[in-house]
Write a protein that binds this ligand. Structure first.
Ligand code: NI
Length: 211
């Protein structure tokens, strides 16, 4: 995730991958470079997508999916690939058994969702803590408390409305990705920064917890 090719997307949210003949049914794909914490694109508020059918948007969606899978992420937001637009992709099963395993390979058979101009509504007061990682914060995991019952709305890749209720890990992924659209990385959601740790040290943490 740190050695991807330089993309031509920086500062060019529309018309990216301007390849002749690339339409919405034959999007050009590329693995994009992922912005890391400290890059200003991750700290700003992203702009709404005006036209989901724009070939540049369709190409961006295809490339974000390819990039997310290549990087073994559960989700990816457009600002993470240097495009300040309100667009996220994610693959979220209802739950996953061990969120801390270094060897974990994300389950890419989970349903893939493309969400354009998303909005989140919190449906209940209950919160839940869980370990999060982020492709823009490589090597780290942090324990984050979030609402665990939400509804999200937006448009899919065809511009059709999406409205879904989510709980647990699914709700966590959606909130994490949508935070990126408002310039928020998960460490800012943490209550206790002693629970921000390197993945390589997770085994010590788990040992300490079980003692
Ligand atoms: Ni992230």
């Amino acid at each position: 995730m740190e050695s991807g090719p330089e993309s031509g997307l920086s500062g060019a949210p529309f018309g990216c991958f301007d390849r002749a003949g690339a339409g919405r049914h034959s999007p050009a794909m590329a693995i994009l470079k992922i912005a890391r914490m400290g890059h200003p694109v991750l700290a700003r508020k992203a702009e709404p997508v005006k036209n989901p059918a724009d070939p540049g948007i369709q190409n961006l969606i295809a490339s974000m999916i390819e990039t997310m899978i290549d990087a073994n992420g559960a989700g990816l937001a457009a600002p993470q690939v240097h495009v300040p637009l309100r667009l996220v992709v994610f693959q979220a099963p209802e739950s996953r058994s061990d969120t801390l395993s270094e060897e974990e390979r994300f389950d890419h058979t989970a349903p893939l969702t493309v969400l354009i101009n998303p909005e989140i509504e919190i449906l209940g007061p209950e919160t839940e803590g869980g370990w999060e990682g982020c492709l823009s914060v490589p090597g780290l995991r942090g324990f984050v408390e979030r609402p665990n019952h939400i509804r999200y709305r937006g448009l899919d890749q065809n511009g059709q409305p999406v409205s879904r209720v989510a709980r647990g890990f699914h709700a966590r992924v959606v909130q994490h990705e949508c935070d990126h659209l408002d310039g928020i990385l998960y460490p800012r959601r943490m209550n206790d920064l002693s629970q921000l740790i390197f993945e390589s040290e997770v085994r010590h943490w788990l040992k300490a917890e079980s003692e």
